[in-house]
Write a protein that binds this ligand. Structure first.
Ligand code: ADP
Length: 622
């Protein structure tokens, strides 16, 4: 309370009034004292002037030798001019200061035989003047020496200052009263004055507190047009500008946060001491995933939180001054910042970009590090599968080429070889070139599918007719392998709208696989069921089956189960890949169910009306 402006204003006003009163009082009291001293001196010097009547009478009385009593009588005669009264009295002293005559000896301050020897008496005794009035002296006094021959007297007038003191006391009490009234008046006045000054300041303070609490709605009322009114006006304006700025900033921040939140890349910001400052959900999920996998793998994780040290360890970098300097320059190793490519972790591949950013903490500028972890597993896998694909194609084509070359060279080198041997070499060359043609044909189909350049021949046909036709096609093969082929179809299988040749190709690929990968005398069952929208055709065999670990890769290009290679079945690994792509192009799906030693079932699910039909209808008008 004592520190409040309100209290200070009241105090200042009271001190001001008290100071004014004190100064006025002091000047007034000093003035009256000075006036009284001057007046006393004036009166005395004029009465005892050489030419003054009183002085001349006194001087002649001394010359005549009338004695002290006569001098005293003369003084009394002039008591009016000298102002003698109860407070002021005169006395005749001898040269040593003893009272010779006095109207009221008790008023003289007698010490021992003499009066109290004031500086004026002593001065006259020593031949000086006795009219000096000293500030702070107990009384006013005046002394003069009148002498003739051997006879000499000191005329001494003493004023007890009582008159002056009573006047001063009266003045003092008046000033005191004024001070008292002034004080009360000052308190009342300062109360209102302080209220007028402090209430807008208090409103401003409340406004500032509201801003600090994040409330910007309430305007502060402007009551006056003075400086405080202008300040309030400016404050209101500042508040609305601040609100707009904060709205803008928080809008931008929200935008950034949303971007940050939905970012597919993991972003984590670290302080300069390496501790985590901020991370997005992707970073959180990624770290949790890696941590979970490490735990599952039985690895000891020292730290369970995402730190810069962890990220740098992941990148194979150590946090040292050289790294920090390189990061600051942003020049190593990539131009776009510090990027570490293709870090493999937990069966995934990441690119990590590191950069620095400035931030404020504890009123100091710091440089933090921001890490963007980009999951490039998809791109990496694509690159890898492309490389594998090229390698596979080269390999698949080189094998038959080598055989053809070998056969041709042998026939050329031995022109006299027996005819049956030559025929066998040549037919091997033909077989291998057929195989090559098949591979190239399959690759072409896939390439057209990849580039959307397949020419679809859409028609509406009976599923049952297609299945029966395929059974005819593989009849010889079935007989060759001494398999039993049975067909079980729904009574009312619908007609479907699709590319008939491509559907037949899919079924043929699946059927030939069932024939190939089933030991002699196996059983193959074709079934077909339908609902209102789809038809499902399944081919089941009781062949060698497909191991669980191979099943996810079965539809990849050139993928062949290792075991089946040893059977000498000699496939290219493209059949199921083509089947899958063709079915999916028709808007359908392929399902696989298989167990090693028990058999395999492949189910093709096709829509009754393929979306390709709609595309084909749209094309001519386009
Ligand atoms: P391929 O030309 O080698 O037959 P596919 O793409 O048709 O190529 O088949 C891929 C691999 O899947 C085959 O190599 C074979 O190992 C396996 N496979 C396909 N169908 C069957 C089946 N019915 N039974 C056992 N294995 C099969």
């Amino acid at each position: 309370m004592y520190r409040s402006l309100y209290f200070k204003i009241i105090l200042i006003l009271i001190i001001f009034i008290a100071t004014v009163m004190a100064v006025v009082g002091t000047i007034l009291l000093n003035g009256t004292s000075g006036y009284f001293a001057d007046d006393f001196r004036e009166q005395m010097t004029s009465a005892f002037d050489d030419d003054a009547e009183l002085y001349r009478y006194l001087d002649s009385a001394v010359v005549r030798g009338d004695g002290a009593a006569a001098l005293e009588l003369t003084l009394n005669a002039y008591s009016g001019q000298l102002g003698l009264d109860a407070n002021r009295s005169a006395a005749i002293l001898d040269e040593s200061g003893c009272v010779l005559a006095a109207a009221d000896p008790s008023s003289m301050f007698v010490v021992g035989d003499t009066v109290y020897l004031t500086p004026n008496i002593l001065s006259v005794m020593n031949g000086g003047s006795g009219a000096q009035q000293r500030a702070g002296a107990e009384c006013f006094d005046f002394c003069i020496r009148i002498a003739s021959g051997e006879e000499a007297y000191l005329i001494y007038v003493r004023d007890s200052k009582e008159e002056m003191q009573s006047l001063n006391w009266m003045l003092f009490s008046i000033i005191l009263q004024a001070l008292l009234f002034g004080g009360v008046f000052a308190i009342v006045l300062s109360f209102f004055l302080a209220k007028t000054i402090t209430s807008p300041i208090q409103s401003l303070t409340r406004g500032a507190q509201q801003i600090a609490a994040g409330e910007f709605e309430q305007e502060i009322d402007v009551h006056s047009r003075d400086e405080i009114g202008t300040l309030t006006d400016t404050f209101n304006h500042m508040k609305s500008v601040l609100k707009n700025t904060i709205d803008q900033v928080s809008g931008e921040q929200k935008k950034l946060e949303t971007v940050f939140f939905y970012l597919k890349d993991a972003v984590a910001a670290f302080r300069d001491d390496g501790t985590l400052m901020h991370q997005n959900t992707t970073a959180k999920d990624l770290f949790a995933m890696i941590e979970g996998r490490s735990r599952d793998a039985g690895e000891e994780t020292e730290d369970t939180s995402l730190t810069l040290a962890w990220v740098l360890k992941l990148c194979g970098i150590e946090d040292n001054p050289v790294f920090r300097a390189a990061l600051e320059r942003n020049d190593e190793p990539g131009e776009e910042g510090y990027v570490i490519r293709e870090i493999a972790l937990c069966e995934r591949v990441f690119d990590v970009s590191l950069g620095n950013f400035r931030y404020m903490e504890d009123n100091e500028n710091h440089t933090g590090i921001i890490a963007v972890i980009h999951d490039v597993t998809g791109r990496y896998e694509l690159d890898r599968s492309r490389r594998e694909f090229v390698a596979n194609v080269s390999h698949e084509l080189r094998t038959p080429l080598t055989s053809i070359k070998g056969a041709a060279e042998t026939v050329l080198r031995y022109p006299d070889m027996p005819a049956d041997m030559r025929e066998s070499f040549l037919s091997m060359a033909v077989e291998e070139s057929d195989r090559m043609t098949r591979i190239v044909g399959d690759l072409l189909v896939l390439s057209r599918l990849d580039n959307n350049r397949t020419k679809w021949e859409i028609s509406t046909f009976s599923v049952e007719a297609v299945i029966r036709h395929m059974c005819e096609v593989v009849k010889n093969d079935i007989a060759e392998h001494r398999h039993t082929l049975s067909v079980r179809l729904d009574d009312a299988l619908p007609q479907i709208t699709a590319d008939k040749d491509r559907v037949e190709q899919v079924l043929l690929n699946i059927l030939t696989n069932a024939i190939k990968y089933t030991p002699e005398g196996g059983r193959i069952l074709i079934r077909a069921v339908s609902n209102r929208t789809h038809v499902a055709i399944s081919v089941r065999d009781n062949g060698i089956g497909i191991p669980k670990e191979d099943q996810p890769h079965l539809f990849e290009r050139f993928y062949r189960v290792e075991k089946s290679r040893t059977t000498g079945a000699g496939g290219t690994g493209l059949g199921l890949a083509i089947a899958k792509e063709l079915v999916e192009a028709h808007g359908g799906k392929i399902r696989l169910s298989s167990a090693v030693g028990e058999g395999t079932e492949l189910t093709v699910i096709l829509p009754i009306r393929s979306p390709l039909a709609d595309e084909a209808e749209e094309e001519p008008t386009a």
